[in-house]
Design a protein around this ligand. Sequence first.
Ligand code: HEC
Length: 108
Amino acid sequence: MKPVSMILAWPVAMLVGSAGALAQPTAPGAALAQPPTRGQLLYNTHCIACHSTAMHWRDQRLATDWPSLKAWVERWQSRVLLNWTEADIVEVTRHLNDAIYRFARPAG
Ligand code: HEC
């Protein structure tokens, strides 16, 4: 008769494996990579479900400069009822701008 531990080992290994994959950004092995910024985490948590980066790369972008990008971030966070602070909005705007848009930032 097989010991119970043998029967359980496979699903447990699967679970640990997938949890490890999910936890990757904070795993020790990823320490050399840039840690995610707060804006990146907020965006990945709340926004990415609906749009991939393709949305932001498309030809007819709605965001055309820093203020309009920030306005879109503000509009979306209120649409999704996140109640972000001004600081959160700036963080996510910065993340999108650094990662994709690269608009000139207004001074300050
Ligand atoms: C319910 C789905 C959904 C969610 C959730 C969502 N978005 Fe969007 N987003 C869209 C759609 C659809 C568009 C395109 C709107 C259009 O073309 O009129 C868009 C467009 C945008 C744009 C403009 C892209 C451009 O053309 O330059 C920005 C910026 C943006 N979203 C940011 C966010 C942020 C930040 C969040 C998280 C707070 C978020 N979105 C959450 C669906 C979503």
